[in-house]
Design a protein around this ligand. Structure first.
Ligand SMILES: [Zn+2]
Ligand SMILES: [Zn+2]
Ligand SMILES: [Zn+2]
Length: 123
C-alpha cells in the first residue's frame, strides 16, 4: 500500500492546500448549536469535520480561531468557520485594526474593512 501524503495536496497553480480540523464544530462535523437537531451537520464543513485551507495560514484574528462570529450564532465571516485564514508570507499586521481583525469603526465587531478580518495585510 503506497503512503499518500496525508494533508498536502497541490493544485495546478501549485498552491498548497491543507486539511485542518473545522473550528466551528471542533472537528465533530455536527451543528455547533444543535438548533435543528443534534444530528444536524456542521454548516461550515458540511459534516466532514475538516476543511481545506490554502497554506500558509494563520489563526483567524476576527474570531480568534473559534470559527464563530464574535457576537452572532453564525460562522465567522472571515474564516467561514475554519478558524484559520490564508495569509501570504509577506503579509504584515493590519494597521487599521492593529491585527485584531475587528473593524475599529464597527460597534458589532464586523470584520476589518482593510484586511477582511484576518488581521494581516499584504499588498
Ligand atoms: Zn464543521
Ligand atoms: Zn474567523
Ligand atoms: Zn484589519
Amino acid at each position: 500500500m503506497t503512503q499518500e501524503p496525508k494533508f498536502a495536496i497541490s493544485d495546478p497553480q501549485s498552491a498548497i492546500w491543507q486539511a485542518v480540523p473545522c473550528a466551528y464544530c471542533q472537528g465533530t462535523g455536527r451543528d455547533r448549536w444543535e438548533l435543528l437537531s443534534p444530528l444536524s451537520l456542521c454548516s461550515a464543513c458540511g459534516g466532514r469535520g475538516s476543511q481545506l485551507v490554502q497554506a500558509p495560514y494563520r489563526t483567524c484574528a476576527h474570531c480568534a480561531g473559534d470559527g464563530a462570529h464574535p457576537h452572532l450564532r453564525v460562522t465567522c465571516t472571515t474564516c467561514h468557520g475554519l478558524g484559520v485564514v490564508y495569509v501570504p508570507a509577506d503579509a504584515v499586521p493590519c494597521g487599521r485594526c492593529d491585527g485584531r481583525g475587528v473593524d475599529p469603526q464597527s460597534e458589532i465587531d464586523l470584520a476589518c474593512l482593510l484586511c477582511g478580518g484576518s488581521g494581516w495585510w499584504s499588498a
